[in-house]
Design a protein around this ligand. Structure first.
Ligand SMILES: Nc1ncnc2c1ncn2[C@@H]1O[C@H](COP(=O)(O)OP(=O)(O)OP(=O)(O)O)[C@@H](O)[C@H]1O
Length: 381
């Protein structure tokens, strides 16, 4: 069995706000392994930062236990916990050079000079800042400053590093480059990283495992692929990427919907099914048996470079009741509202342009949508 770096046991955090008790975290249990890149992902206000602050020791849980490396640290102050934290605002010392910023903690602890020299040098090499030792923070880009902050935290060799939206201030391109860098650095130093983000792509790119949080609770805890392909709840399906949600009553392992059928082998009665836009094929002919297939009308086509996004309004919307809700709106803006006004359900389909014979499907066209049974995923709630 691998050692647990961080364990939360049924942790609850309540705040008193204007005379009322607010539960920011409603009972979270996590078990983060040594050396793991673990993300807490969720929308604003879901309790990620509060969870992180309880791991760091800046907040005490109202109930439950926090353990680091098997030891109960629930009542241990932050400076006595073997973790370090990196924030979005790097909080570098502006008047100090890069070298002095990174060396600061070691000097405070009266580490011998030659050891400081070796460790700071090594760390600057890992974050790819060798040669920039003499610069001041203001003479560096946002990404470089974030790397200094990272080096400053890692040089102390904490057993775990907690990162709260550390790339939030960077523009998209730099953020993507830094995601790859961060993952490399984490692999190189082998330290447990706990990463807070509301950005699903960021979490999917870097994490070994992700806890998707909503309203103070963990809705799903799994690897990126599992979370994307087998979302446990409607919330997760909607929050991670674009997803279609179909609901209704199944008989004989089939959900009759949109003038066609969705295959849900082994399921009877009320079911909710998700299917990802890129798993669906658009065609003009009714597909053969053995596939899930529904009929509809193209309501909108959006050109997105390598692929097109189609919004298809189902033939009989009355049966299909819901779409997944989440932070990620699809590219079709308020199309759901328009469909709702007509009482219909909209299915989003992504088709690669180069491969797609139907790339010319146009607004108003009558089409069949089909996908393999294995790409429908029946969700819990
Ligand atoms: N000190 C506090 N007093 C009262 N309520 C608080 C306090 N800190 C947080 N909350 C509430 O707890 C909930 C969770 O907050 P938290 O900061 O953990 O969310 P988050 O997921 O990190 O959000 P964000 O991404 O916006 O930082 C929110 O509703 C917030 O308003």
């Amino acid at each position: 069995m691998t050692t647990s770096a961080i364990e939360l046991e049924n942790v609850v955090k309540e705040y008193l706000s204007h005379g009322e008790v607010v539960q920011a975290v409603k009972g979270v249990s996590l078990d983060i392994a040594e050396g793991e890149f673990f993300s807490l992902l969720g929308p604003s206000g879901c309790g990620k930062t509060t969870t992180m602050r309880m791991i760091a020791g800046f907040e005490a849980p109202s109930k439950g236990l926090v353990k680091l490396h098997g030891q109960d640290v629930t009542n241990v102050p932050p400076n006595k916990r073997d973790v370090n934290m990196v924030f979005q605002s790097y909080a570098l010392f502006p008047h100090m050079s890069v070298w002095d910023n990174v060396a600061f903690g070691l000097k405070q602890r009266k580490t011998p000079q030659d050891e400081i020299k070796r460790r700071v040098g090594e760390m600057l090499e890992i974050v790819d800042l060798t040669g920039r030792e003499k610069r001041r923070p203001r003479e560096m880009s946002g990404g470089q400053q974030q790397r200094v902050a990272l080096a400053r935290a890692l040089v102390n060799r904490p057993r775990a590093l907690l990162l709260d939206e550390p790339l939030g201030a960077l523009d998209l391109k730099l953020r993507q480059a830094m995601q790859i860098e961060l993952k490399r650095i984490q692999r190189e130093v082998g330290i447990t990283f706990v990463y807070v983000t509301h950005d699903q792509n960021e979490a999917l790119t870097m994490s070994d495992r992700i806890a998707v949080m909503n309203d103070g609770l963990v809705e799903q805890l799994a690897g990126p692929r599992e979370i994307y392909e087998r979302p446990a709840t409607a919330f997760v399906a909607g929050f991670i990427g674009t997803s279609n949600l179909l609901a209704g009553s199944a008989t004989g392992g089939e959900l009759k919907i949109g003038g066609g059928r969705v295959l849900v082998p082994g399921h009877e009665g009320d079911v909710r099914v998700t299917v990802r836009p890129e798993k669906i094929t658009i065609g003009t002919e009714e597909p053969s048996n053995g596939l899930s297939a529904v009929r509809g009308t193209v309501a909108e086509v959006v050109y997105l470079g390598t692929y097109n996004s189609y919004a298809v309004s189902l033939a009989d919307g009355a049966d299909a009741t819901e779409r997944s809700e989440g932070a990620n709106q699809t590219q079709h803006g308020n199309r759901d509202d328009r469909a709702a006004a007509r009482g219909g359900t909209i299915i989003t389909v992504f088709q690669q342009n180069a491969l797609d014979a139907m790339a010319t499907a146009e607004r108003g066209d009558s089409v069949w949508l089909s996908w393999q049974a294995q790409h429908s995923y029946v969700i819990g709630s």
